[in-house]
Design a protein around this ligand. Structure first.
Ligand code: PGA
Length: 253
């Protein structure tokens, strides 16, 4: 089963308007027209429109880092997935570990966001991953199974608009990248959970990205694992010098 690899840059709360626009232009030309991989970028909300204009003419997909779980209403400070769609956003990141563990988002809230984002015709990248104490207590698979239940919100026929990012919390921003073996073991479990929620055909097709301290030096080895279908990159996605080698790490790039 061939799954087109995805390399995604999560810019988090970084960059100025000028720097984000310049980086978008650089990525758009570095990415070029490649049939062997896809590239997504996730700027902060206020830079989405500038980045969109600077990606024009490329096949790089524009992503938002979050959305709210209601279409509209009195939710001061929140952003509807319909608003994102309206301004040309393709994909939304949901359940990132910083949303779960710094901002306190629950599995139930994230599941509701998945449901509405798909209804708004966005793609969804659902992030899952265990904390270090959960791994040490042997709870990794249990945590993944619980977080992956959000897939129950995916109606038949919409699964091709969903990707998963496995990001062990202990590897995010720490330099402590998972070994390829640890990543593969967790990705295989994530694929079992996709099958449990949506069936084996969907599981065979759905891309599972690895995230957590990915760099140009470790990307190729991670991507060579059978169930690792791409990378979600934070720190190393903020400059073209660091991001281009990750794009190039996709086989045959
Ligand atoms: P990192 O972040 O690459 O800086 O570890 C990854 C992420 O949080 O998506």
């Amino acid at each position: 089963m061939s799954r087109t690899p995805i390399i995604a840059g999560n810019w988090k709360m970084h960059l100025t308007k000028r720097k984000a626009s310049a980086l978008a232009r650089e990525i758009a030309s570095a990415q070029g027209v490649r049939s062997n991989r896809r590239c997504y970028v996730f700027p902060t909300y206020v830079h989405l429109d500038h980045v969109r204009r600077n990606l024009r003419g490329s096949d790089v997909k524009l992503g938002a880092q979050n959305c709210w779980h209601k279409k509209e209403g009195a939710y001061t400070g929140e952003i509807s997935p319909y608003m994102l769609r309206d301004m040309g956003v393709d994909v939304v990141l949901l359940g990132h570990s910083e949303r779960r563990h710094v901002l306190g988002e629950s599995d139930a809230l994230i599941a509701d966001k998945v449901k509405l984002a798909l209804k708004a015709k966005l793609e969804v990248m659902l992030c899952v991953g265990e904390k270090i104490e959960e791994r040490e207590a042997g709870l990794t698979f249990e945590v993944l199974a619980r977080q992956m239940k959000a897939l129950k919100m995916v109606k038949p026929g919409l699964a091709d608009r969903v990707t998963i990012a496995y990001e062990p919390v202990w590897a995010i921003g720490t330099g402590a990248v998972a070994t390829p073996e640890i990543a593969q073991e967790a990705h295989a479990e994530v694929r079992r959970q996709i099958a449990a929620n949506l069936g084996p055909d969907v599981a065979a097709k759905m891309q599972i990205l690895y995230g957590g301290s990915v760099t140009g030096s470790n990307a190729a080895e991670l991507l060579s694992q059978p169930d690792v279908d791409g990378a979600l990159v934070g720190g190393a996605s903020l400059t073209i010098d660091k991001f281009a080698p990750i794009l190039a790490a996709v086989q045959g790039a």
